[in-house]
Design a protein around this ligand. Sequence first.
Ligand code: ADP
Ligand code: MG
Length: 568
Amino acid sequence: AENVEHLNFQAEAKQLLRLMIHSLYSNKEIFLRELISNASDAADKLRFEGLSDTALYESDPDLKIRIAYDKEARTITISDNGIGMSRQEVIDNIGTIAKSGTREFIDSLTGDQARDANLIGQFGVGFYSAFIVADKVTLTTRRAGLTTEHGVRWESSGEGEYTLETVEKRDRGTEVVLHLREDEDELLSSFQLRSIIRKYSDHITLPIIMKKEVWDDESKAYKISDEEETVNQASAIWARPKNEITQEQYDEFYKHVAHDFEPPLAHVHARVEGKQEYIQLLYIPAHAPFDLFDREHRHGLKLYIKRVFIMDDAEKLLPGYLRFVRGIIDSNDLPLNVSREILQESKDIDSIRAGSVKKVLGLIEDLATSDKSEDQEKFKIFWREFGQVLKEGVAEDYSNRERIAKLLRFTSTHDEQEEQTVSLDDYIARMKPEQEKIYYITADGLKAAQSSPHLEIFRKKGIEVLLLHDRIDEWLTANLNEYAGKSLQSIAKGDLDLGKLEDEVEKQEHEKEAGDFQELTAKMKEVLGELVKDVRITYRLTESPACLVADTHDMSGNLGRLLKSAGQ
Ligand code: ADP
Ligand code: MG
């Protein structure tokens, strides 16, 4: 037809699709989960926009998802009456695989199927999983609010090109038709489709509907009837009692809300009663997303009010340092017409947020203090993936500072291991009887920290020093002056006062020597001029002849370097 436009995917798309099909094939039935998940998201979006514009519902207010198959045509059809897409939205959302970083992403794939599948999942190729089982996909959609002649048909065989056509579409929403590949006929079965839906999509709150099949005596086979039935439970998983929810159901719900392929690390599910009534179902993912440190990073929880979806990414529900948490909050008290602006001001939201922070910190604490090795392993994964983000909390969340500080893990001179496993409590338990402070050094790498001359005297005296070498650590120590009544002391700053760790005889000797060398240090200071503030005799060193020290209130050498490299 003349109205058909041919367009190309971005250059990397073809390669990406091939890799994806290859690495996800062993788990191919997830295509249905992904398409149902999109249909459910589309319904959520309609609900959100419908809050301020009820006309979007047209005359079709009951949101649902339909799944059908056709044995003759060898197709499976997934349709929804959600928000739909305009022509431009189809081009932006469906015709685009390449996000920033696609090239790097493709290069990071190794051919290890499990690892690649996980990476691909994180990268988010949800819709394209249709091509695992289909060699042609036809998507027809009309955005809510547009008239029927503004339908759009997108079609592709996943080979790098797609076509776009303007069509008439009576019903609002999206219909995806999968033309199955040669060997996929087993999917053309009511039994198969239903069991896939129950396995992966039972938690979807919308009804997922299929036509009933009835036994036909004449042809001695099941026949598709006109009667419809709901295949999933279609009730909010979080509203069910905990003991009626299986681990698999929790995991599949997580995959849907988090757009993740991997199951989560841990979850907490609670019903809060009292002044505010709400349900929380919160998850900690098992891996950090690609864009955890990107300012644009999508974060926040899904907000429901009395089981009705209100909005995605309600970032007001959690502080920035917990932005990796995924899940939902379902409030019984907030008004249904709540908006992002209202949320900004709401005292109710403040208390829900404080409650959510408590729950998440509690969940992490449970992992950290558990004596089950399985939990300890999970805590290690948590720390590796999100420890750096959690550190932000020390500065961001004053009221929970001590709790967060308790969860921090560091490398230290105690075991010199690369993995950060030493807690402040571990450190304190190993402190010398006369020791009053928690000593640390910051550097821009573990090697640099370990080889710092400032450590010499501590090594000699057998005093443990924390080796802080993450970028955020300067920020952390600037905001954490004390823990459990012990002050944190940089060993690279100011006069090294070892307090009671230095014995009296040593001290007197040192003072005398400082006097003896006064002439020399004065001379050196004169020669170095502007370059230094002072020259002093030191006992920090046992092997190196000299070292640079920052003044107590000056920024450390490492922070100075960081700011310089950031162009400050
Ligand atoms: P994700 O769901 O993680 O955003 P997908 O590849 O699954 O990634 O989908 C890409 C985008 O395409 C969605 O974000 C959405 O904007 C759009 N989309 C996909 N399916 C539908 C649908 N059924 N209705 C409306 N929009 C859809
Ligand atoms: Mg999706």
